[in-house]
Design a protein around this ligand. Structure first.
Ligand SMILES: [Zn+2]
Length: 522
């Protein structure tokens, strides 16, 4: 499919499913007003000649939009075909100082849409929390109750080819006007004198930008509920680098898979008014990657696109191979679901190989290492709210997760494992412990929640059996907090570390296994 055709599909879907206040009324048929602007009297000042706005000084980068930079200002030139298309705005903290969150911490994401009305382009947030059937009268009622807020308005400064509006968007990055602003996470409003857009780059389906923001913190902060230690005092300034991704959402949303409370997946919840029952139904789609067989007829096939996790540049050399193993440990579960080599770990490209590669780029799933004395790890992801499709994920490893693993293993298994009878634990053993932590966090990024029932699934006799534990591991799921096998006794020779258990294999098969012939989530 060529690009224009793709864009047209996006528009059709976007308009059919998510009419918003910015769009032509009625939602469905006419894409005209959103794309072409006024039928009503023009609002706002008249656009200037193109060359007076985008001067010969401009540095231009062409991708999803043309991005023009002139001095410290940045302009978007939005092709009319993309007005009305749904995009995801995602914000992360890329770098920060001690006590103000951590590099790689997610701030949030939101579906947005650019729409033109007269000589103004509006940036609207799009809500998917109420849904109809997209075709009958109930859809109009849903549309009337589902209006997303306008988060920004930009005068059309000039017009490019095909009347593409040129708007100045600097404040989305250097100020706090982004649909997902970083200021609240940093604890204040950016001071314009000490905040600026550092760089911005356009790619075919996304625009990636970094801004340096300085806030005078008005209170304690902590991104994603994970504050660092050693918080600075309340009035101290904080400077951080915020990363913003604007990504065109997939032309065709992935088929949603309905949640079943017996299998613990993260979900996207919505109210369904388009069903035939005499009430609104609360429904949930599970979060999962889009995985499609290259050869749909084969029992086991390579995927069209594997799930790729990059090991970021800052992950210490000696731990990298264990991080990769923890990622690829999920492959046997995907084989049961019908996929070979479904999940792949790769080194992030070097600066020389790809200077534009960014771990915060919304297209990449990345394992990150954070220099902070926090004894934890986590696995957040971003998904398409229309379908639950996971678009990217992070595995965040704080440095002192090593200390935590060492303490646990020493206290739980020193009597059973001669390698654990002296501190510090040897590197190969620490690597295996880290591999376990990574596999657990990767499970979260694949959509899986915790399964704490798994720690009571095996009997004492089973946990003491070498044969049983070698085959099934030490708990029924690696998504448990069962930790290590302290039930086994010296001389049992039992397996001591968690690995993927029977539940994990089942859950991946249930969530990712293709359902031949399925035409709808039901
Ligand atoms: Zn967990």
């Amino acid at each position: 499919m060529n690009r224009l055709a793709q864009v047209a599909v996006v528009l059709a879907l976007g308009l059919a499913q998510t009419p918003a206040v910015c769009q032509a009324p009625g939602g469905g048929a006419a894409p005209s007003e959103a794309q072409t602007g006024p039928k009503a009297p023009p609002k706002g000042r008249q656009p200037k000649p193109y060359k007076d706005v985008i001067t010969s000084e401009a540095r231009t980068d062409r991708g999803l939009f043309a991005v023009h930079q002139i001095d410290d200002k940045v302009y978007f030139e939005i092709p009319p075909a993309l007005l009305g298309a749904e995009m995801l705005w995602q914000t992360e903290i890329a770098r920060t100082g001690p006590g103000a969150g951590f590099g790689g911490s997610p701030v949030g994401s939101r579906v947005v849409q650019w729409t033109r009305r007269g000589n103004t382009v509006y940036l609207c947030a799009v809500s998917h929390s109420l849904r109809g059937d997209g075709k009958t009268a109930i859809q109009r009622a849903v549309d009337a109750s589902n209006v997303g807020p306008i988060v920004g308005a930009f005068p059309v400064e000039a017009e490019g080819e095909n009347k593409a509006p040129v708007i100045e968007v600097t404040r989305l990055y250097a100020g706090d006007a982004a649909p997902v602003p970083a200021g609240p996470v940093l604890g204040g409003t950016p001071d314009s004198a000490r905040s600026f857009l550092d760089r911005i780059k356009a790619f075919p389906t996304n625009i990636e930008a970094r801004a340096v923001l300085t806030v005078n913190r008005s209170g304690p902060t902590g991104a994603a509920g994970m504050p660092g230690r050693g918080r600075s005092s309340q009035s101290a300034p904080v400077t951080a680098v915020a990363h913003h991704s604007l990504v065109l959402l997939p032309a065709t949303p992935m088929a949603g898979r309905l949640f079943d409370s017996r299998v613990g997946y993260f979900t996207e919840e919505f109210s369904d008014f388009g069903n035939n029952e005499n009430r609104v139904k609360s429904r949930e789609y599970i979060a999962r990657y889009r995985l499609e067989k290259k050869d749909p007829a084969a029992a086991i096939s390579e995927p069209v696109r594997p799930i790729v996790y990059y090991v970021s540049r800052e992950v210490p050399e000696r731990w990298r191979r264990y991080v990769k193993q923890g990622i690829e440990d999920w492959n046997p579960a995907f084989e049961r679901a019908g996929f070979r080599n479904a999940i792949v770990a790769r080194d992030a490209p070097t600066e020389q190989e790809d200077p534009d590669w960014d771990p915060e780029d919304a297209r990449y799933s990345v394992a990150r290492w954070v220099a902070a004395p926090i004894m934890n790890a986590m696995g957040p992801h971003v998904h398409d709210p229309r379908s639950g499709e996971i678009l990217s994920a992070h595995i965040i490893l704080w440095h002192d997760v090593l200390k935590l693993c060492e303490r646990w293993y020493f206290s739980q298994c020193a009597a059973l494992d001669p390698r654990a009878q002296r501190l510090p634990l040897p590197e190969p053993l620490m690597g295996e412990l880290l591999r376990y932590v990574v596999a657990h966090e990767v499970g979260h990024t694949l959509g899986l929640r915790h399964n704490h029932r798994a720690s009571s699934a095996f009997t004492v006799a089973q946990l003491r059996s070498r044969e049983f534990t070698e085959k099934h591991g030490v708990e029924a799921s690696i998504m448990d907090y069962g930790r290590f096998n302290y039930v086994a006794q010296p001389g049992d020779g039992a397996w001591l570390l968690p690995k993927l258990g029977p539940y994990d294999h089942f859950a991946i098969q249930w969530g990712y296994g293709p359902i031949p012939g399925a035409r709808s989530p039901e």
